[in-house]
Design a protein around this ligand. Structure first.
Ligand code: TTP
Ligand code: MG
Length: 405
């Protein structure tokens, strides 16, 4: 049967969630920011709405620059709990329509809908429309969807029309679809590769598709050269599959005696963080989110989380964030019985991402391209893994997790 893959990508995700929560923000430039704490405007723009993009603001731009481009705009602090919640709801809707779903990032999911649509592209488009309609109805959010004969084409199709787009590239149409596009748009091609391709006189994906594999391997190395050779023709054999990484890793332990001694708590947190770090290293994983779990004498459980801008495997960072969260944890006059440290938003450790690009695919695609090129089985790419988060300390129950909790 004809393989049919769908890629769903939420539109200006974090900013759209903020607009939904506060409709007064809609229409005017809105920047969702990760503030560094260094000065009022220290930090970067995580994402922004289309009104801000029209003024030249983009993800990764320093907040101070964005302020110059959109002085009248709203600058909000990123609230990951909110985005994770919306993400979970969206992924739930996608999962209800397709058996095989691979969440590629907090706002992106691939679905293999071959069986659901019987290999028929028209039916595939109908399924996509239903999913879009449900997300709009239930979550009041729009997304863009691409449909194609493999993951690469679905991904490229999803980027074709945004926001609120639906693009179907039927079997046999990939070359015509990709051919006229600037080569910099090919998934996996970042700024440096683009420049190098331009220097070789290759401006479009169609021109790239005509090049000998040997020439590409000579210039870009065996694996990435092979990737460019295949991808430019819309060839991609990677399957859509559920991630194997656990959603979280945690360690929880009891104090010898209930305590409100901050030093004792900090010491315990250091030990727990070390244990979590060992598990991360064993699994070859890196984290973005750190959670401190406090269980008080009456067994009430409270959590405090912090999400980092980037994934990391640093044990030092993990310990210091966990201790910072523990230090800010209000005991409310009570003693603590147990404490826990948990990391979430995990992904396989990245080995030397090839280059940085300003665009989304800069963020995600280099690892992806490398992975595809290397034909690795492991899902070690730069896209975020299943960003499932906790709703409480014991939410680990239904999720795939490595936990001593
Ligand atoms: P994207 O899907 O790349 O961006 P987007 O959803 O904001 O916009 P688009 O309509 O083009 O899809 O990323 C999803 C979220 O990830 C985004 O809302 C914020 C976050 N993000 C960052 O924090 N830093 C980044 O550099 C990028 C690209 C995204
Ligand atoms: Mg998006």
């Amino acid at each position: 049967m004809q393989l049919i893959v769908m890629l769903l990508d939420m539109d200006y995700f974090f900013a759209q969630v903020e607009e939904r929560e506060n409709p007064l923000l809609a229409g005017k430039p809105l920047m969702v920011c990760i503030f560094s704490g260094r000065g009022e405007l220290g930090g970067v723009v995580s994402t922004c709405n289309y009104a801000a993009r029209a003024l030249g603001v983009h993800s990764g731009m320093p907040i101070a620059f964005a302020k110059k481009k959109a002085p009248e705009g709203a600058f909000l602090k990123a609230d990951f709990e909110k985005y994770n919640k919306a993400s979970e709801a969206v992924m739930g809707i996608v999962g209800a329509h397709a058996k095989t779903v691979e969440q590629a990032s907090i706002d992106e999911a691939y679905a293999d809908i071959t069986q659901e649509c019987n290999g028929d592209f028209k039916k595939a488009a109908k399924i996509a429309q239903e999913i879009k309609k449900e997300i709009l109805k239930q979550e009041k959010l729009t997304c863009s969807v691409g449909i194609g004969e493999n993951k690469l084409i679905a991904k490229m199709a999803a980027g074709e029309k945004k926001p609120d787009g639906l693009t179907v590239v039927k079997q046999g149409e990939a070359a015509a679809f990709l051919g006229p596009m600037p080569v910099g748009k090919l998934f996996g091609v970042g700024k440096k590769t683009e420049e190098k391709l331009h220097a070789l006189g290759i401006k479009t994906i169609g021109e790239l598709a005509k090049k000998e594999e040997g020439l590409l391997k000579e210039n870009f190395g065996n694996s990435f050269g092979h990737y460019l050779f295949e991808a430019s023709k819309g060839v991609d054999e990677e399957e859509v599959r559920e991630r194997e990484e656990p959603a979280q890793v945690s360690k929880v332990a009891s104090f010898p005696e209930d305590t409100n001694n901050r030093e004792e708590i900090a010491k315990m947190v250091a030990t727990l963080a070390q244990g979590v770090h060992e598990k991360l290293c064993e699994g070859g994983l890196e984290f973005r989110q750190v959670t401190f779990i406090g269980i008080l004498e009456g067994l009430q459980t409270h959590t405090k989380s912090k999400t980092q801008e980037k994934h990391s495997q640093s044990g030092e960072l993990l310990k210091s964030v966990a201790q910072e969260l523990a230090a800010g944890f209000g005991l409310g006059g009570k003693k603590m019985r147990r404490a826990g440290v948990r990391v979430g938003m995990l992904q396989k450790k990245q080995e030397g991402v090839e280059e940085e690009g300003g665009k989304k695919k800069g963020k995600v695609a280099q690892g992806e391209a490398k992975k595809q090129a290397q034909k690795k089985k492991a899902q070690g790419n730069a896209r975020e893994t299943k960003a499932k988060t906790q709703k409480g300390a014991d939410a680990a129950g239904g999720q795939k997790s490595l936990s001593d909790f």
